[in-house]
Design a binder for this molecule. Structure first.
Ligand code: PMP
Length: 393
């Protein structure tokens, strides 16, 4: 029998599926094991399959919050110089970890490089979550927290955001229990783009001293606010960063966790020693060093976001204020057609309707101004074709 994993909800919150289905993600078929076949753990049987809607993305990619252009040319140069001989060696992460730690103003023991933030989340949850523990989340949020937690024996406690999708500070505080083991907060959050304040995050850490507070700063560069300086100061804080977004290295899979030496010791026990490959390690340093490219890309996206938000306002499309490189918009009942028509016009966007409390809402990644001007034309044509909202008000 498939054992259903627990999902608890607090206060005014509503039940969310443990690993809600993506808009194009296929639901797992009911598992059917012949007695002769080895059965996976009950938790794994109960997990939903998660298939990110990739595939034929040869278009304007406003669907995955990636860098929509390119990584730094300095990274390209290093990639071009990688010798065949160097690939014969196992990757050595420690020297690179030490440099990254110094870049962040931390000690090497406080930082672990990972195969993207996804691996960081996975490893953190494997290290800390067990039977009787609770993972506390606000939803909607990044899908992979639920997916990885559902492979553990912990309960997922999901606090539903209000319609404004602002950070549910009071509700989250009220949901902390002695069983809370990890509080996972994407800051800024996805798909809403909303952010918690530093004071709120510090308050949560102090009200849950028995829990790890994971602040996932995947979109830090667009937001500009961080808790990285509190690593080692706030003992239960762990900060995650990715090189998939502003740095434009999603294909290389590079992320990191930063936390106190004590917490990071447990993370390292679970982390595979070779999960960050040598190409990624080689590219990390030029990516860090080329701060002028990073600054240029971030400035470009922020300017494009302001222009695109103005387009949405003129079109009368409701949007949520964003601190990241994407914006969530209200399309309503015709959300799927909207995404489909835009795809036909060569613009990929992400229908988030299956996220808790997001019915009819679509997330649009912000690229460069030139890209967003093209997207704006396609958007207006699509809204017009579907007779959505007050055009050209
Ligand atoms: N955290 C958040 C909040 C994200 O939105 C994403 C990617 N969409 C990730 C983590 C995953 O980052 P990575 O590519 O480093 O695994």
């Amino acid at each position: 029998m498939t054992k259903k994993a627990d999902v608890a909800c607090q206060g005014t919150t509503s039940v969310v599926p443990q690993a809600h289905q993506d808009e194009h993600g296929a639901l797992a078929p009911e598992p059917c094991f012949s007695p002769a076949q080895p059965a996976p753990r009950a938790r794994v049987q109960a997990m939903k399959e998660y298939h990110p809607p990739l595939g034929s993305r040869d278009a304007l990619r406003l669907d995955f919050n990636e860098n929509t252009l390119a990584c730094s040319p300095k990274v390209r140069e290093v990639l071009g110089c990688i010798s065949a001989g160097s690939l014969t060696r196992y990757p050595e992460r420690e020297p690179v970890e030490a440099i990254v730690a110094a870049h962040l103003g931390l000690a090497a023991e406080q930082v672990a490089l990972t195969n993207g933030v996804d691996e960081a989340i996975h490893v953190l949850f494997e290290a800390f979550l067990e039977d009787g523990d609770e993972l506390l989340l606000t939803v909607p949020t990044y899908t992979m927290y639920e997916i990885y937690a559902s492979a553990t024996d912990a309960r997922i406690v999901a606090v539903q955001a209000a319609d404004d999708l602002r950070f549910s500070f009071e509700r989250l505080l009220a949901a902390i229990t002695p069983r809370t083991k990890i509080v996972a907060i994407a800051n800024p959050n996805s798909p809403s783009g909303s952010a918690a304040t530093r004071a709120q995050l510090v308050e949560i850490a102090s009200r849950a001293p028995h829990a790890v507070v994971l602040v996932d700063e995947a979109y830090f560069h667009f937001h500009g606010e961080t808790l990285m300086d509190l690593i080692g100061v706030v003992p239960n804080l762990i900060v995650a960063r990715t090189f998939s977004k502003a740095y434009g290295l999603a294909g290389l899979r590079l992320g990191l966790l930063a936390g106190s030496v004590e917490l990071m010791r447990w993370v390292r026990r679970v982390l595979s020693p070779y999960s960050v490959n040598s190409l990624a390690l080689a590219c990390l340093l030029p990516a860090l060093e080329d701060s002028s490219y990073l600054d240029w890309y971030v400035r470009e996206v922020l300017a494009a976001r302001a222009e695109f938000e103005a387009v949405l306002d003129v079109a009368g499309v409701r949007r949520w204020p964003s601190r990241a490189n994407f914006v969530l918009v209200e399309i309503g009942a015709r959300h799927a057609e909207f995404a489909r028509l835009l795809r036909t016009a060569g613009v990929l966007v992400r229908d988030r309707s299956s996220d808790p409390g997001c019915d009819g809402r679509v997330r649009i990644t912000i690229g460069t101004r030139e890209q967003m001007q093209k997207a704006a034309v396609a958007l207006n044509e699509t809204l017009h074709a579907l007779k959505i909202k007050g055009q050209g008000q």
